[in-house]
Design a protein around this ligand. Structure first.
Ligand SMILES: *Cc1c(COP(=O)(O)O)cnc(C)c1O
Length: 653
């Protein structure tokens, strides 16, 4: 039996004990792998990041660096999305078994019939795996648009599982939904807007089918955080109390009263505080109970999505975290509904939840290579004293010498900042020479490094001096696009764990931010897991010449996988499906490599025609060949090269 509760895997603790010098314990602390990893990630005694895809079986350990090596041998280019299907399977089980356990423990009268909202990750292989893993639990699917419903309709989820349609609907959407009912599916159309009801009933009449109707409540309860707009009076979706009563009256008048089967709400994503879940469930359960008492044959209460993911591993109510576990969530929902229904003396409804993020976030990660470091004034010029040099150069050099003797950090930093300002003014006025500016710059950075070094042993760091570390942070240039692979890091400052795949037994010496290869200065990651909440840098290792250094960007399976865009025409990533195999010495096998976008493919989306482009370039080359500027043989090579690039990957080689 595995424990459905999150929290450190038993193996996480064992890792630390393996180490004599305690350095692995440090890696755990620095990157909090055991905390955000929910038991799926660990570090081996050689300091390599590992995946433990099967909860409860810590003998299956996939070393990500070994996957990287195999892919390098196969010439698959980075960046790469790795999908661990076993993690996905385990998450589906965990969520279903958590509800099953809570229901048994509470002696609850209904069953759990969860659905996976495919908008969170619509990739076919992901949905395939979820449907497959969900079969024993009658786990269903949710669609929020016509194309999503078309995808969902193509899956056989079984007779007991639900299919739920949310989102705004036109007649075509409704017709597709009713087609589902016609095919015998338990498909519920959730009414988001009063005006959807009349066409739904008319089409049902035309198609001669009994629909299953759900009503979405506009919740009163206000949440906090990024998605707070999903509830409250001004929410975009749902029916107010009066609209619900009117809707019911109208549906009954039309002879469809028996079709009203589900009550739905969704108060937002990544609910970080369990209090909001409880408040919302109580409000909805009360409405359910009152409607049941009026004879509405409601059978399901659908609590929407919102189950959080602890991205920063802080177990807090911060935006990138959550202050509850999966087991607590399930138990809190079940108990709240039971309590209210018992008070109101109505039957317990079957429970539906639409968790997306919590099901898919853990299963995929992006592996990228650090391709260099962007210098930040580190490379200087000689700064020896010279006859007749500008007094500002002398002043800052003296400052450096004084600092070494007196350790007056705050004063040195204040004065150095003033010298830097003056020298820039002087340079603009033409009284400071370029060489002098270079010397002052060099000495300034030297002083910053000395201050930062000195502060490490200080008991108290003045607020002003904290900026220095940020100024000194190295920028590691990584071969990826933030806009394609981590849209939420850019859009909403979402923290995603970043961990090097190797050298976790070495103390990292550089505090870094990560820059991507887009030509956009926004293309960098500066939100990381910190000791006290979030911080702007991540500790990484010194790059070694001739040695590859790979980083993993973890928990990218929800939204990030599918929301990315093609900024700068960096396209979709090569995708690799990794499965565990306990018999294999490496514990894994690569089932499939799905090529990412080629340059030609992304250009086609932008209305270019790759063959025409190749032809045009060929004509230009031919013209130069005729003029004798380019040799014929070289011309052919150039033509081939251009065509090969059209078929090639969009990222750096
Ligand atoms: C987006 C959405 C979900 C999924 O939310 P998560 O926070 O990812 O679990 C569920 N239901 C509805 C109606 C949604 O719009």
């Amino acid at each position: 039996m595995y424990s459905p509760v999150g929290g450190p895997h038993p193996a996480a603790g064992k890792e630390k004990k393996l180490m004599d010098d305690g350095t692995l314990a440090t890696a755990e602390d620095l990157y909090r792998i055991g905390r955000w990893g929910e038991g799926f990630f660990g570090v081996d005694d050689a300091g390599r990041m590992q995946v433990l895809p099967v909860i409860g079986n810590d003998t299956v350990r996939i070393t990500i660096q070994e996957v990287v090596e195999e892919l390098t041998e196969k010439n698959v280019q980075f960046p790469i999305v790795l999908r661990f299907h076993d993690i996905l399977k385990n998450r589906v089980r965990q969520i279903n078994e958590s509800f099953a356990t809570a229901i048994t423990d509470a002696e609850y009268g209904g069953v759990y019939r969860g659905v996976y909202p495919i908008k969170v990750n619509q990739m076919r292989e992901v949905v395939d795996e979820i449907v497959d893993a969900g079969k024993p639990y009658h786990y269903g699917l949710e669609a929020g648009s016509k194309p999503e419903l078309m995808a969902v309709l193509s899956y056989d989820v079984g007779d007991e599982a639900l299919t739920i349609c949310n989102g705004y609907k036109d007649e075509e959407f409704l017709r597709l939904a009713l087609l589902g009912n016609k095919l015998g599916r338990k498909l519920i159309v959730v009414v988001e807007k009063f005006s959807e009801i009349a066409p739904l009933l008319r089409l049902a009449g035309e198609m001669d089918v009994r629909p299953m109707i759900g009503l979405r409540i506009k919740m009163r309860v206000k949440t906090e955080g990024r998605w707070s707009g999903s509830s409250g009076e001004r929410a975009k979706f749902g029916l107010t109390t009066s609209e619900i009563l009117n809707a019911i009256a109208f549906i009954q008048e039309q002879g469809y009263g028996d079709c009203i089967q589900l009550l739905h709400f969704h108060i937002g994503s990544q609910l970080s505080d369990i209090r909001f879940v409880e408040d919302a469930v109580q409000e909805a359960a009360r409405i359910y109970a009152r409607l049941r008492k009026r004879g509405i044959p409601l059978q399901y209460l659908d609590i929407g999505g919102g189950l959080g993911v602890d991205y920063d591993g802080s177990r807090s109510s911060g935006d990138s975290s959550m202050n509850y576990s999966l087991a607590e969530y399930a138990s809190s929902v079940v108990h709240s509904v039971k309590q209210i229904c018992d008070l109101e003396e109505v039957d317990h409804p079957n429970l539906v939840s639409e968790s997306g993020r919590a099901v898919v976030a853990h299963h995929s990660c992006v592996i990228m290579k650090v391709i260099g470091e962007i210098a930040n004034g580190a490379n200087g010029v000689a700064t020896d004293a010279e006859e007749g040099e500008h007094f500002l150069v002398t002043e800052i050099r003296d400052l450096c010498d004084e600092l070494a003797e007196h350790c007056n950090y705050q004063e040195a930093w204040n004065r150095a900042s003033r010298v830097m300002e003056s020298v820039l003014e002087g340079f603009k006025l033409g009284v400071v020479r370029l060489e002098e500016l270079a010397k002052v710059e060099t000495l300034y950075w030297k002083l910053l490094r000395a201050v930062s070094e000195g502060m490490k042993s200080a008991d108290f760091v003045p607020e002003d001096l904290k900026d220095i570390d940020e100024l000194l942070a190295s920028q590691y240039l990584c071969n990826f696009s933030l806009f394609q692979s981590a849209a939420d890091s850019w859009a909403i400052g979402q923290v995603l764990p970043v961990v090097p795949l190797t050298r976790l037994d070495e103390t990292p010496t550089n505090n870094c931010t990560l820059a991507d290869i887009t030509c956009d200065s926004d293309g960098k990651i500066a939100h990381f897991i910190g000791e006290h909440g979030e911080q702007s840098t991540v500790p990484l290792h010194e790059l070694r010449p001739g040695e590859d250094y790979y980083l993993g960007l973890f928990l990218t399976g929800a939204y990030q996988d599918v929301m990315g865009d093609m900024h700068n025409l960096f396209g979709r990533l090569n995708e690799v499906h990794v499965f565990c195999d306990d018999e294999d010495p490496t514990d894994f096998y690569i089932e499939e490599v799905i090529p990412g976008s080629s340059a030609g493919q992304v250009l086609t989306i932008m209305q270019y025609n790759a063959p025409t482009m190749a032809n045009q370039v060929k004509r230009m080359i031919d013209a130069e060949v005729r003029k004798g500027v380019i040799r014929s043989r070289e011309g052919v090579r150039m033509t081939d090269f251009y065509e090969a690039c059209l078929n090639g990957y969009t990222y750096l080689k």
